[in-house]
Design a protein. Structure first.
Length: 304
């Protein structure tokens, strides 16, 4: 069983359970070990970005209140889900500036890629167009020299790795322009790509869910991206969209059954190899009694 990890900062990892039909899950608090002041300053944040490699969860950036001042964090930390230990990853140069609402994406078992975010530099907030990678073996940060048109700088976007390429969606800039574009980074060739889009895309938004879904159709496996929830500058959204990588087409999905009216800061997680068509939607910014929903992308039915 692969557990699901939830903290004040966010949610990551896949979830598998021995009894998926019963919708019963074991919930336990995790006692973190060897917490120093530096680690606490880097861990208790919001706007932090996550990705997981094996049994380790890596997180970078975010905002926290330190000595009465709100400041961004510039540490890359690692949480070992086996030992429950948290450590700050040392680096040998090239570390990105402190920021929040960027994306961290696992590309290989060695490399993590970081893009975007709201950067704090010389007491000013600005956006960063560079894309960085971190080697967990050599502990080096690297700024990549890229080809292709550089994307519009943004923060609050989402990312996911599919077929060795990083797909990005959404985000907002400092002028409060909310984006609904799909753009792609090829880490092998260090190249930005922009697919020609068909269909009606979702509204521009920040902090939405972006997950990979595979569906066997007409004798072949088709890759999809699921986009759900987020905030468009006016309201929290409750729509769910599928983007087909094969046809570059957007389509909205309407679920039957019990589903929340909005997904404020929610999280959509795959059930993993046990049943790749099932996803768990966790309510986010709820004052009390947050709920979990099972979304079936074969039948488009939701149950609580």
């Amino acid at each position: 069983n692969t557990p699901l990890y939830i903290s004040r900062m966010g949610i990551t990892q896949s979830l598998e359970t021995k009894k998926p039909s019963s919708h019963n899950y074991l919930v336990r608090n995790i006692k973190l070990t060897d917490i120093t002041n530096d680690i606490q300053d880097s861990f208790q944040t919001n706007g932090t970005s996550f990705c997981s490699i094996g049994s380790n969860i890596y997180f970078f950036g975010g905002t926290r209140l330190i000595n009465g001042t709100i400041t961004n964090v510039d540490k890359l930390c690692r949480f070992d889900t086996i030992t429950n230990e948290i450590a700050i990853e040392f680096n040998l140069g090239g570390q990105p500036d402190r920021r929040k609402h960027c994306t961290l994406t696992k590309v290989t078992n060695e490399y993590i890629y970081l893009y975007g975010g709201k950067v704090e530099l010389n007491n000013n907030l600005q956006l960063d167009q560079e894309i960085y990678s971190f080697s967990i073996n050599s502990h080096n940060w690297r700024v990549h020299q890229t080809t292709g048109m550089t994307p519009i700088s943004r923060f609050g976007h989402s990312s996911i790795l599919i077929n060795e390429k990083i797909y990005f969606f959404g985000g907002v800039n400092l002028s409060s322009n909310y984006f609904n574009d799909i753009f792609v980074f090829d880490p092998v060739n260090n190249k930005w790509e922009y697919p020609i889009i068909f269909g009606n895309p979702p509204l521009g938004r920040v902090n939405c869910n972006m997950v990979h879904f595979q569906h066997f159709y007409d004798g072949k496996m088709i890759d999809y991206i699921i986009i759900s929830g987020g905030f468009n500058g006016e309201t929290f959204l409750s729509d769910i969209y599928l983007y087909s990588l094969e046809s570059s087409t957007w389509s909205e999905v309407i679920f039957s059954g019990d589903i929340p009216k909005s997904f404020p800061l929610s999280n959509l997680i795959s059930m993993g190899h046990h049943n790749p068509s099932l996803f768990i939607l966790f309510e986010g910014f709820i004052e009390s009694n947050p709920k979990a929903y099972i979304l079936d992308f074969d039948t488009f039915h939701s149950s609580r």
